[in-house]
Design a protein around this ligand. Structure first.
Ligand code: NAP
Length: 264
Protein backbone atom coordinates (compact mmCIF):
# COMPACT_ATOMS: atom_id res chain seq x y z
CA UNK A 1 0.00 0.00 0.00
CA UNK A 2 1.51 3.38 -0.93
CA UNK A 3 1.16 6.58 1.10
CA UNK A 4 -1.80 7.83 -0.96
CA UNK A 5 -3.72 4.57 -0.47
CA UNK A 6 -2.92 4.55 3.24
CA UNK A 7 -3.39 8.18 4.21
CA UNK A 8 -5.28 10.07 1.45
CA UNK A 9 -4.93 12.07 -1.71
CA UNK A 10 -3.12 15.24 -0.61
CA UNK A 11 -0.21 16.09 1.69
CA UNK A 12 0.86 19.55 2.82
CA UNK A 13 4.49 20.53 3.37
CA UNK A 14 4.87 23.71 5.38
CA UNK A 15 8.28 25.00 4.30
CA UNK A 16 8.61 23.11 1.02
CA UNK A 17 10.80 25.28 -1.19
CA UNK A 18 14.10 23.54 -0.68
CA UNK A 19 16.14 21.27 1.59
CA UNK A 20 14.22 19.01 3.96
CA UNK A 21 10.79 20.30 2.89
CA UNK A 22 11.50 19.63 -0.78
CA UNK A 23 12.65 16.10 0.10
CA UNK A 24 9.35 15.51 1.97
CA UNK A 25 7.38 16.75 -1.04
CA UNK A 26 9.30 14.50 -3.45
CA UNK A 27 8.86 11.49 -1.15
CA UNK A 28 5.09 11.72 -0.74
CA UNK A 29 4.67 12.46 -4.46
CA UNK A 30 6.74 9.38 -5.28
CA UNK A 31 4.11 7.42 -3.35
CA UNK A 32 1.19 8.88 -5.26
CA UNK A 33 0.19 11.84 -3.06
CA UNK A 34 -0.55 15.23 -4.57
CA UNK A 35 1.32 18.03 -2.82
CA UNK A 36 0.41 21.38 -1.27
CA UNK A 37 3.68 23.33 -1.24
CA UNK A 38 3.85 26.25 1.19
CA UNK A 39 6.61 28.82 1.59
CA UNK A 40 7.52 32.42 0.82
CA UNK A 41 9.25 32.12 -2.59
CA UNK A 42 6.32 31.52 -4.90
CA UNK A 43 8.29 31.26 -8.13
CA UNK A 44 10.59 28.54 -6.75
CA UNK A 45 7.59 26.68 -5.35
CA UNK A 46 5.85 26.82 -8.76
CA UNK A 47 8.99 25.40 -10.41
CA UNK A 48 9.14 22.61 -7.83
CA UNK A 49 5.43 21.84 -8.19
CA UNK A 50 5.72 21.65 -11.98
CA UNK A 51 8.71 19.33 -11.76
CA UNK A 52 6.97 17.10 -9.18
CA UNK A 53 3.82 16.86 -11.30
CA UNK A 54 5.85 15.98 -14.41
CA UNK A 55 7.98 13.41 -12.60
CA UNK A 56 5.37 11.64 -10.48
CA UNK A 57 2.09 12.35 -12.29
CA UNK A 58 0.44 13.94 -9.24
CA UNK A 59 -1.27 17.31 -8.78
CA UNK A 60 0.26 20.22 -6.93
CA UNK A 61 -0.93 23.43 -5.31
CA UNK A 62 1.31 26.33 -4.28
CA UNK A 63 0.43 28.64 -1.40
CA UNK A 64 2.58 31.68 -0.73
CA UNK A 65 2.68 32.33 3.02
CA UNK A 66 5.08 33.78 5.57
CA UNK A 67 4.75 31.86 8.83
CA UNK A 68 6.05 34.87 10.77
CA UNK A 69 2.72 36.60 10.07
CA UNK A 70 0.11 35.70 12.63
CA UNK A 71 -2.80 35.47 10.14
CA UNK A 72 -0.92 33.39 7.55
CA UNK A 73 -2.83 30.20 8.31
CA UNK A 74 -6.22 31.66 7.22
CA UNK A 75 -5.44 31.31 3.53
CA UNK A 76 -3.71 27.94 3.98
CA UNK A 77 -6.76 26.40 5.66
CA UNK A 78 -9.14 28.04 3.17
CA UNK A 79 -7.15 26.76 0.16
CA UNK A 80 -7.07 23.17 1.46
CA UNK A 81 -10.59 22.93 2.88
CA UNK A 82 -12.04 20.91 -0.02
CA UNK A 83 -9.06 18.59 -0.51
CA UNK A 84 -8.84 15.02 0.76
CA UNK A 85 -5.96 15.73 3.16
CA UNK A 86 -3.87 12.82 4.45
CA UNK A 87 -0.42 14.13 5.39
CA UNK A 88 1.20 17.17 7.00
CA UNK A 89 4.79 18.04 7.78
CA UNK A 90 5.90 21.29 9.44
CA UNK A 91 9.47 21.90 8.30
CA UNK A 92 10.17 25.64 8.32
CA UNK A 93 12.15 27.27 11.09
CA UNK A 94 13.59 30.68 11.89
CA UNK A 95 16.60 31.60 14.01
CA UNK A 96 18.91 34.49 14.75
CA UNK A 97 22.15 34.39 16.67
CA UNK A 98 22.87 36.53 19.73
CA UNK A 99 22.05 36.86 23.40
CA UNK A 100 18.35 36.86 24.30
CA UNK A 101 18.24 40.51 25.41
CA UNK A 102 20.39 41.71 22.49
CA UNK A 103 18.00 40.32 19.90
CA UNK A 104 15.36 42.86 18.77
CA UNK A 105 11.89 42.11 20.14
CA UNK A 106 10.40 41.88 16.60
CA UNK A 107 12.77 38.98 15.88
CA UNK A 108 11.54 37.19 19.00
CA UNK A 109 7.96 37.64 17.86
CA UNK A 110 8.83 36.31 14.41
CA UNK A 111 10.59 33.28 15.91
CA UNK A 112 7.64 32.52 18.17
CA UNK A 113 5.31 32.74 15.19
CA UNK A 114 7.39 30.55 12.85
CA UNK A 115 8.70 28.01 15.38
CA UNK A 116 5.73 27.79 17.77
CA UNK A 117 2.46 29.58 16.91
CA UNK A 118 2.04 28.82 13.20
CA UNK A 119 3.32 25.30 13.83
CA UNK A 120 0.70 24.79 16.57
CA UNK A 121 -2.12 26.24 14.45
CA UNK A 122 -1.27 23.92 11.53
CA UNK A 123 -0.79 20.84 13.71
CA UNK A 124 -4.08 21.52 15.54
CA UNK A 125 -6.00 22.14 12.32
CA UNK A 126 -4.83 19.07 10.36
CA UNK A 127 -4.93 16.78 13.43
CA UNK A 128 -8.59 17.76 13.77
CA UNK A 129 -9.24 16.61 10.20
CA UNK A 130 -7.16 13.43 10.50
CA UNK A 131 -8.71 12.42 13.82
CA UNK A 132 -12.24 12.97 12.49
CA UNK A 133 -11.65 10.81 9.40
CA UNK A 134 -9.49 8.37 11.43
CA UNK A 135 -6.85 8.49 8.69
CA UNK A 136 -3.74 10.56 8.14
CA UNK A 137 -0.13 11.13 9.16
CA UNK A 138 2.04 13.92 10.53
CA UNK A 139 5.82 14.14 10.64
CA UNK A 140 7.15 17.28 12.31
CA UNK A 141 10.80 18.31 12.23
CA UNK A 142 12.90 19.11 15.28
CA UNK A 143 16.62 19.59 15.92
CA UNK A 144 19.28 18.25 18.28
CA UNK A 145 19.24 21.74 19.85
CA UNK A 146 15.86 20.67 21.29
CA UNK A 147 17.73 18.14 23.40
CA UNK A 148 20.88 20.11 24.16
CA UNK A 149 19.59 23.72 24.43
CA UNK A 150 21.23 26.31 22.25
CA UNK A 151 22.94 29.27 23.98
CA UNK A 152 23.24 32.36 21.70
CA UNK A 153 20.48 30.78 19.57
CA UNK A 154 18.25 30.18 22.57
CA UNK A 155 14.79 30.80 21.15
CA UNK A 156 15.47 28.44 18.26
CA UNK A 157 16.43 25.55 20.58
CA UNK A 158 13.43 26.29 22.80
CA UNK A 159 11.09 26.36 19.78
CA UNK A 160 12.46 23.08 18.45
CA UNK A 161 11.99 21.60 21.91
CA UNK A 162 8.35 22.74 21.86
CA UNK A 163 7.84 21.02 18.49
CA UNK A 164 9.53 17.84 19.74
CA UNK A 165 7.66 17.57 23.04
CA UNK A 166 4.26 18.51 21.64
CA UNK A 167 4.55 16.09 18.71
CA UNK A 168 5.79 13.21 20.89
CA UNK A 169 2.83 13.61 23.26
CA UNK A 170 0.27 13.83 20.46
CA UNK A 171 1.89 10.81 18.78
CA UNK A 172 1.25 8.80 21.94
CA UNK A 173 -2.33 10.10 22.18
CA UNK A 174 -3.26 8.68 18.78
CA UNK A 175 -1.31 5.41 18.86
CA UNK A 176 -4.44 3.28 18.96
CA UNK A 177 -6.00 5.07 15.93
CA UNK A 178 -5.28 5.10 12.19
CA UNK A 179 -3.48 8.45 12.49
CA UNK A 180 0.31 8.12 12.63
CA UNK A 181 2.31 10.94 14.21
CA UNK A 182 6.07 11.23 14.61
CA UNK A 183 8.77 13.81 15.25
CA UNK A 184 12.11 13.47 13.49
CA UNK A 185 15.01 15.20 15.24
CA UNK A 186 17.73 16.26 12.83
CA UNK A 187 21.41 16.91 13.34
CA UNK A 188 23.43 18.70 10.72
CA UNK A 189 21.70 18.29 7.36
CA UNK A 190 22.99 19.49 4.00
CA UNK A 191 20.45 22.14 2.99
CA UNK A 192 20.89 25.51 1.25
CA UNK A 193 20.16 27.12 4.62
CA UNK A 194 23.00 25.18 6.31
CA UNK A 195 25.44 25.85 3.46
CA UNK A 196 24.80 29.60 3.64
CA UNK A 197 25.68 29.62 7.39
CA UNK A 198 28.63 27.20 7.24
CA UNK A 199 31.87 28.40 8.88
CA UNK A 200 34.98 28.26 6.69
CA UNK A 201 38.07 26.06 7.27
CA UNK A 202 38.31 22.99 9.53
CA UNK A 203 35.15 23.89 11.50
CA UNK A 204 33.08 23.82 8.30
CA UNK A 205 34.76 20.61 7.17
CA UNK A 206 33.95 18.94 10.51
CA UNK A 207 30.31 20.00 10.21
CA UNK A 208 30.06 18.55 6.70
CA UNK A 209 31.66 15.26 7.75
CA UNK A 210 28.79 14.56 10.15
CA UNK A 211 26.06 15.95 7.89
CA UNK A 212 23.18 13.93 6.43
CA UNK A 213 21.30 14.53 3.20
CA UNK A 214 17.66 15.69 3.46
CA UNK A 215 16.64 12.59 1.47
CA UNK A 216 18.24 10.22 4.02
CA UNK A 217 16.48 12.03 6.90
CA UNK A 218 13.11 11.84 5.15
CA UNK A 219 13.57 8.17 4.26
CA UNK A 220 14.34 7.35 7.90
CA UNK A 221 11.30 9.34 9.05
CA UNK A 222 8.97 7.37 6.78
CA UNK A 223 10.62 4.03 7.66
CA UNK A 224 9.61 4.71 11.27
CA UNK A 225 6.17 6.22 10.68
CA UNK A 226 3.54 4.26 12.59
CA UNK A 227 6.25 2.44 14.58
CA UNK A 228 8.09 5.13 16.57
CA UNK A 229 6.83 8.31 18.18
CA UNK A 230 10.17 10.09 18.15
CA UNK A 231 13.26 9.43 16.03
CA UNK A 232 16.75 10.94 15.98
CA UNK A 233 17.93 10.87 12.36
CA UNK A 234 21.11 8.94 11.56
CA UNK A 235 23.36 6.54 13.47
CA UNK A 236 25.97 9.24 14.09
CA UNK A 237 23.43 11.59 15.72
CA UNK A 238 21.90 8.76 17.78
CA UNK A 239 25.34 7.75 19.05
CA UNK A 240 26.22 11.37 19.86
CA UNK A 241 23.09 11.89 21.95
CA UNK A 242 23.70 8.58 23.70
CA UNK A 243 27.28 9.58 24.50
CA UNK A 244 26.33 13.05 25.77
CA UNK A 245 23.70 11.61 28.05
CA UNK A 246 26.02 8.88 29.35
CA UNK A 247 29.17 10.97 29.80
CA UNK A 248 28.28 14.61 30.39
CA UNK A 249 26.08 16.47 32.84
CA UNK A 250 23.38 18.74 31.41
CA UNK A 251 25.40 21.77 32.56
CA UNK A 252 28.49 20.54 30.72
CA UNK A 253 26.56 19.94 27.55
CA UNK A 254 24.75 23.27 27.58
CA UNK A 255 28.09 25.08 28.06
CA UNK A 256 29.66 23.02 25.26
CA UNK A 257 26.86 24.01 22.88
CA UNK A 258 27.32 27.66 23.89
CA UNK A 259 31.03 27.49 23.09
CA UNK A 260 30.24 27.31 19.35
CA UNK A 261 28.53 30.68 19.23
CA UNK A 262 29.97 32.63 22.16
CA UNK A 263 31.48 35.21 19.77
CA UNK A 264 27.98 36.34 18.76
N1 NAP B 1 19.87 22.05 8.12
C1 NAP B 1 20.25 21.59 9.29
O1 NAP B 1 21.46 21.37 9.53
C2 NAP B 1 19.24 21.31 10.36
C3 NAP B 1 19.68 20.80 11.59
C4 NAP B 1 18.76 20.50 12.56
C5 NAP B 1 17.41 20.69 12.30
N2 NAP B 1 17.01 21.20 11.11
C6 NAP B 1 15.59 21.42 10.91
O2 NAP B 1 15.21 21.02 9.61
C7 NAP B 1 14.17 21.86 9.12
C8 NAP B 1 14.53 22.38 7.75
O3 NAP B 1 15.68 23.13 7.79
P1 NAP B 1 16.39 23.62 6.46
O4 NAP B 1 17.82 23.66 6.75
O5 NAP B 1 15.88 22.85 5.28
O6 NAP B 1 16.05 25.13 6.20
P2 NAP B 1 14.93 26.24 6.43
O7 NAP B 1 15.64 27.50 6.34
O8 NAP B 1 14.17 26.00 7.64
O9 NAP B 1 14.03 26.10 5.19
C9 NAP B 1 13.04 25.18 5.08
C10 NAP B 1 11.93 25.72 4.26
O10 NAP B 1 11.11 26.55 5.03
C11 NAP B 1 10.68 27.67 4.27
N3 NAP B 1 10.54 28.77 5.22
C12 NAP B 1 11.49 29.28 6.02
N4 NAP B 1 10.98 30.31 6.73
C13 NAP B 1 9.68 30.44 6.36
C14 NAP B 1 8.62 31.34 6.71
N5 NAP B 1 8.81 32.35 7.56
N6 NAP B 1 7.42 31.17 6.14
C15 NAP B 1 7.20 30.20 5.23
N7 NAP B 1 8.16 29.32 4.86
C16 NAP B 1 9.38 29.46 5.40
C17 NAP B 1 11.77 27.91 3.22
O11 NAP B 1 11.26 28.37 1.98
P3 NAP B 1 11.03 29.92 1.62
O12 NAP B 1 12.33 30.61 1.81
O13 NAP B 1 10.57 29.91 0.21
O14 NAP B 1 9.98 30.42 2.55
C18 NAP B 1 12.35 26.51 3.04
O15 NAP B 1 11.75 25.85 2.00
C19 NAP B 1 13.95 22.93 10.18
O16 NAP B 1 12.85 22.56 10.97
C20 NAP B 1 15.22 22.89 11.01
O17 NAP B 1 14.98 23.25 12.36
C21 NAP B 1 17.88 21.51 10.14
Amino acid sequence: MNLREKYGEWGIILGATEGVGKAFAEKIASEGMSVVLVGRREEKLQELGKSISETYGVDHMVIRADFAQSDCTDKIFEATKDLDMGFMSYVACFHTFGKLQDTPWEKHEQMINVNVMTFLKCFYHYMGIFAKQDRGAVINVSSLTAISSSPYNAQYGAGKSYIKKLTEAVAAECESTNVDVEVITLGTTITPSLLSNLPGGPAGEAVMKAAMTPEACVEEAFDNLGKSLSVIAGEHNKANVHNWQANKTDDEYIRYMGSFYSNN
